[in-house]
Design a protein around this ligand. Structure first.
Ligand SMILES: *Cc1c(COP(=O)(O)O)cnc(C)c1O
Length: 390
């Protein structure tokens, strides 16, 4: 018989009752080190006092008014995102997929407004993940996500990542945009070569296409910079952000230059809940911490130590682990043993990690971890390495 909760996830048999910093606790008080952050969402840990206070204060004042009125928290969050990035304007949504939808619609509409209604296609890359709506599964192009849902939504052309010739050959008179994750997440933690991001930028500029970055997973501090593409120093025209922006409150955002954003005139796009007072109050609280002097530098330093320790552990257990890759606190451990077994074994040692494509285990720890948590994770990695190594 079907469960009341629709069975779309293969869930671990664990129920958490509360969280505190980097730890989660079950109802009977068992403690787990959370190196998944709910898939890169709770990047400041659980029950962060500053976030809790921001939410509580807002909850007692005002929850929702709709976007028919100005929302001060939304305006402030937009101003701060604009000040911190390439962008001039921000549209708020509730999730990553919705932020991507806004980006795709904006790119099509930009071409339409500039006299090119025939340009509606977006070039995507192998290994991509952009969400689970009809348009975003077509953008991701993964057979397992498309199966059984009818003809994929038209308007996406996928090419191999890191192949500049294939990219240029795929551009036609119908192309509007190119979308890429600066660090592919679900695909297996693959940082895109800065040279390839430059090639995308150059091709887009040559053919008047818009560049869309999907920073839903790698954005908001995850890589040790506010946004992942800052490592490469190549800016997009449009960028989708979500996961960590709300620290666990659902929020998504589509950032864009004035040139791109001007295409979405009043009435052309919308969202009932997007950017409401509750979610933007928490989004502002997240930025209070991430933009504080020295915070991201500290993340980068801790991430370097974590990575060194992982590399050393991998050398001790070559039968279980192959190598580590990624940027900052967005790390992928390519496994030799099946990643599902590795994740299950880590769980037995009370460390939560997340699987990804290409037999990779993702470590997405809270950015606030200390050396003590790094040591705990490495101890679990060593134990699992010994258990599963042949
Ligand atoms: C999670 C994710 C999405 C989709 O976000 P949802 O909030 O689940 O809709 C899109 N792109 C990337 C890169 C993601 O990691």
């Amino acid at each position: 018989m079907i469960t009341p909760v629709m069975p779309t996830y293969g869930r671990a048999d664990l129920v958490f009752a509360r969280g505190e910093g980097p730890y989660l606790f079950t109802e009977d008080g068992e403690r787990f080190l959370d190196f998944g952050c709910g898939i890169a969402v709770t990047s400041l840990g659980h029950a962060h006092p500053h976030l809790v206070k921001a939410l509580q204060d807002q909850a007692g004042m005002l929850w929702h008014t709709s976007n028919l009125y100005r929302i001060s928290g939304q305006e402030r969050l937009a101003e701060r995102l604009v000040a911190a990035t390439f962008a001039d304007s921000v549209f708020f949504a509730n999730s990553g997929a919705e932020a991507i939808e806004c980006a795709l619609k904006m790119a099509r509409r930009y071409q339409f407004m500039n006299g090119h209604p025939e340009r509606f296609r977006t070039i995507t890359f192998t290994g991509a993940f952009h969400g689970r709506t009809l348009a975003t599964i077509a953008a991701g192009g993964q057979a397992k996500h498309l199966e059984g849902f009818g003809p994929p939504t038209d308007g996406f052309d996928q090419v191999p990542i890191h192949d500049s010739n294939a990219l240029r050959e795929a551009i036609t008179g119908e192309t509007a945009a190119i979308i890429v994750e600066p660090v592919q997440g679900e695909g297996g933690i693959n940082p895109v070569d800065p040279e390839f991001l430059k090639a995308i930028r150059m091709a887009a500029d040559e053919f008047d296409l818009l560049v869309i970055y999907d920073e839903v997973q790698c954005g908001v501090g995850r890589t040790g910079r506010l946004f992942g593409h800052e490592w490469a120093g190549v800016a997009p025209d449009i960028m989708a952000v979500a996961k960590a922006l709300g620290g666990g409150m659902p929020i998504g955002a589509c950032l864009a230059t004035e040139r791109a954003a001007s295409a979405l005139t009043a009435g052309s796009h919308g969202s009932t809940f997007g950017g409401n007072p509750l979610s933007t109050a928490v989004g502002n609280a997240v930025l209070d911490i991430m933009l504080a002097d020295g915070f991201l530098e500290g993340v980068e330093k801790k991430a370097a130590r974590l990575r060194d320790e992982i590399e050393a552990a991998i050398k001790r257990h070559p039968g279980t682990f192959d190598h580590v890759r990624g940027l900052g606190m967005m790390l992928g451990i390519k496994c030799v043993a099946p990643v599902g077994d590795v994740i299950g074994a880590m769980q037995k040692h009370h460390v939560l990690a997340v699987p990804a494509g290409d037999n990779v285990m993702r470590f997405l720890p809270p950015l606030i971890i200390e050396n003590e948590q790094i040591d705990e994770a490495i101890a679990a990695l060593d134990a699992v390495g010994a258990e599963l190594g042949s």
